[in-house]
Design a protein around this ligand. Structure first.
Ligand code: MRU
Length: 353
């Protein structure tokens, strides 16, 4: 069992994903500012994990508050949410989680002028809410796995991009959850993991967690994916998502779009696995999804060694948008959505959990 993040009595504990695969070390955050830092620095990453981390960060901030009345606590609460909101812009799970904590806080406060006793109750309830979100995420991934496993081939290669596994969630994974469930059903799957430049989530993280599970895995550099498809080695593709617009356009790790276009050319189904919390019905299509631009050093340096001459211009968008027309199906915990996604995603979002 991989413990991506956990609420403990001494703080929120994260496996340090910047150190994998060579070191398995853990970071303990005791303040919400520290949680914001680990999200920004990618100690924790992956949309669902970022969401749960954000909820735990809010709970931690409130727990640390010295406010003795609800007006002061409300002010602090808003600042805590503001700090965490500023970390990474693309994964909608971050904003979804903060909103859920805000709604919980408002319900608990219920417009009251409360004192120390009520504040203690609010603190406890917010911690419980964040822990509930952790448990719900694992359950959602397992349900997604059950829905998606039937779409996987009985045997052969399945390609994935980035890391949409246990490390990107509270546990089990979205895309890797689908693969895990298919393997649990007896399917003989061999995973092809794109290394995923520049941050190498595929080679460092996907390969690490699949190795731990004994699922056969081959790491390829990103530019090999097309050749593998042409050689007939890939029967299906499954990736995660950071935000899915109402029309089914999918923002995911940079390079996903390239994989989807290649899949179309080779007649290979391209699946997206994501919880309903990743579906953003307020954003009509992919053009409205904010794309995080990260530090150019992630491109210019590999493991601290400079690979690009000084002064050369560099781009580093962390995500791209795959138009819905390339997506064969979107696998959620509530079922599988197919085109037209405007209708199918809305139906799933409105379906009782
Ligand atoms: O920059 P990252 O590592 O946070 O990006 C992660 C991805 O793009 C994942 O594919 C996505 O969040 C889905 S994780 C279940």
């Amino acid at each position: 069992m991989i413990h991506t993040l956990e609420w403990t009595d001494s703080g929120v504990v994260f496996i340090d994903q910047t150190k994998l695969p060579t070191e398995e070390t853990y970071v303990t955050c005791t303040t919400h500012q520290q949680v914001a830092d680990v999200i920004r620095n990618m100690v924790v990453r992956g949309a669902p994990a970022i969401g749960v981390a954000a909820a735990m960060g809010v709970a931690l901030g409130v727990k640390n508050s010295k406010a003795d009345n609800c007006v002061l606590l409300q002010n602090e609460f808003n600042q805590i949410c503001g700090t965490i909101r500023q970390t990474r812009p693309t994964a909608v799970n971050l904003f979804w989680a903060i909103r859920r904590m805000q709604e919980k806080f408002e319900r608990l406060r219920d417009g009251r002028e409360c004192g120390p006793h009520a504040i203690e109750q609010i603190k406890r309830a917010l911690v419980e809410e964040a822990q509930r979100m952790h448990a719900e995420d694992i359950a959602a991934n397992q349900a997604m796995g059950r829905h998606g496993a039937t779409l996987m081939p009985a045997s052969g290669g399945v390609l994935t991009h980035c890391n949409a596994g246990a490390l990107a969630t509270a546990g089990y994974g979205t895309a890797l959850g689908v693969i895990r469930a298919a393997v649990e059903q007896g399917k003989k799957i061999h995973v092809y993991a794109d290394e995923t430049r520049p941050f190498l989530q595929g080679s460092r993280l996907t390969a690490w967690e699949l190795m731990k599970d004994g699922i056969p895995t081959t790491v390829i550099s990103d530019n090999m994916a097309g050749a593998m498809m042409k050689q007939g080695k890939i029967g299906a593709i499954v990736v995660g998502a950071d935000r899915i617009a109402a029309n089914g356009d999918v923002a995911n790790k940079i390079g996903t779009y390239t994989v989807a276009v290649l899949a179309k050319e080779h007649g290979i189904p391209f699946y997206v696995a994501a919880p309903i919390s990743t579906v953003d019905l307020e954003t009509a299509d992919g053009s409205g999804i904010p794309i995080e631009q990260r530090n150019s050093r992630e491109v210019t340096h590999i493991a601290g060694k400079q690979m690009v001459p000084d002064g050369v211009e560099v781009e580093n968008p962390a995500f791209d948008v795959t138009p819905a027309k390339y997506v064969a199906a979107i696998i959620t915990e509530r079922g599988v959505a197919r085109a037209p996604y405007e209708r199918s995603l809305r139906e799933l979002a409105e379906k009782a959990a």
